[in-house]
Design a protein around this ligand. Structure first.
Ligand SMILES: NC(=O)c1ccc[n+]([C@@H]2O[C@H](COP(=O)([O-])OP(=O)(O)OC[C@H]3O[C@@H](n4cnc5c(N)ncnc54)[C@H](O)[C@@H]3O)[C@@H](O)[C@H]2O)c1
Ligand SMILES: O[C@H]1[C@H](O)[C@@H](O)[C@H](O)[C@@H](O)[C@H]1O
Length: 338
């Protein structure tokens, strides 16, 4: 820890915020966790007590404006992001905002426009899969051209369970949004049209929750991606992606770990949740964000990426509700950036 460390404040210290707090406090170099804020003050106080030199600030806006906070991590629920992002922009503070950028296309666009007015990139969006060594390796391979042009992506995204607040729309905006970003990033193209199907739902969740969902993305350039997203799979956390190209295919997320043979069975462990599967990705993401923020830069998904993902998810929710493919409506980059 040095006096030049970036002093970080975290907003929202639930599952993800607490994980980031631990990360910043113990594993990230060039940064120091100095403050946390959460309406659940008991939770924030317990977390701060377990870490050295961390203040609890009652209100998110006060944390953002605090003179001793240089940079902010937003890990509050998606509905709170827009207002907190706007405050970070007003105060000129670099911010790593957990996905989704915001919960709707309009507020995401307002954030992009407000950042453009500031004149420098301050917002990085927490699409951490881009930092996962397996995804990064897949991206390098596809970009190398060794397999020819990429034609298809097959994706699987399964959570063991999610909180009861997770309704059908949340599955699109909070879970499928990862594959939306992955498809845009791997294909380096926009999603032009999306269809989200609702197969027979699991009986193990609340009435009316459409889980699993099957999505199809049609890219502007004609390639396609399919996604199974099943957030109450019961077994554990699984994220897989197979890219099919002209001269071969490549798969990540097979979970090849130590294979054990014991008591008449063989196999390996299935991670319980994203904190295990993507722990290294979050470490790399936060370290690179800290390094960049110290220089007044970002190094990862931009507010524009967050906006594009929000636009796709809005169309995805409409498709789920209306049972038909829906065109994605987005402004063009030149309308915002000139
Ligand atoms: N990148 C990933 O893989 C990943 C994984 C999990 C969650 N997330 C994202 O992180 C964010 C938080 O998710 P979570 O699973 O930790 O949720 P959570 O419910 O476990 O925690 C949210 C915390 O925010 C607090 N909170 C509620 N309203 C707030 C407000 N207005 N301002 C500040 N804090 C507020 C809650 O009291 C709670 O402590 C979401 O945006 C979610 O999508 C990302
Ligand atoms: O908020 C979480 C998080 O983004 C995880 O990475 C994803 O797998 C879950 O589906 C979602 O609920």
């Amino acid at each position: 820890m040095t006096q030049h460390d970036l002093r970080i404040g975290i907003i929202g210290v639930g599952m993800m915020g607490a994980d980031h707090a631990e990360r910043v406090a113990r594993r990230i170099s060039g940064a120091r966790l100095v403050a946390v804020s959460d309406p659940d003050t008991e939770r924030a106080t317990a977390l701060a007590a377990a870490l050295d030199g961390v203040r609890v600030i009652g209100d998110a806006q006060a944390l953002i404006g605090d003179a001793e906070v240089d940079a902010v991590i937003i890990a509050s629920p998606g509905f709170a992001h827009a207002e907190q992002l706007m405050a970070c922009l007003e105060h000129g503070k670099p911010v790593l905002c957990e996905k989704p950028l915001t919960m709707d296309t309009e507020s995401s666009l307002r954030v992009v426009e407000a950042e453009h007015k500031v004149g420098r990139p301050l917002i990085q969006v927490g699409f951490m899969r881009r930092f996962d060594p397996e995804y990064a390796g897949l991206k390098r391979l596809l970009d190398s051209g060794e397999l020819g042009r990429t034609l298809l992506l097959h994706n699987v995204h399964r959570n063991r369970t999610v909180p009861e607040t997770f309704r059908s729309e949340m599955i699109v905006r909070d879970s499928l949004v990862h594959e939306v970003d992955v498809a845009r990033w791997l294909f380096d193209d926009e999603i032009a049209r999306i269809t989200v199907h609702a197969p027979k739902p699991t009986s193990l969740v609340g009435e009316g929750v459409l889980d699993p969902q099957l999505a199809v993305f049609e890219m502007a350039g004609g390639a396609m991606a399919d996604v199974e997203v099943f957030v109450n799979f019961q077994v554990g956390y699984e994220v897989r992606c197979e890219a099919v190209a002209e001269k071969g295919s490549a798969t990540i997320g097979l979970g090849v770990d130590v294979l054990t043979k014991q008591a008449g069975h063989w196999g390996g462990a299935v991670p319980d949740d994203f904190r295990v599967r993507f722990g290294l990705a979050y470490d790399i993401e936060v370290q690179r964000w800290v390094n960049a923020a110290a220089k007044g830069e970002i190094d990862g998904p931009t507010a524009w990426d967050g906006y594009a993902a929000a636009a796709v998810c809005t169309a995805g929710v409409q498709s789920l509700q209306e049972g038909r493919p829906v065109e994605v409506e987005m402004v063009s980059r030149s309308e915002v950036f000139g």
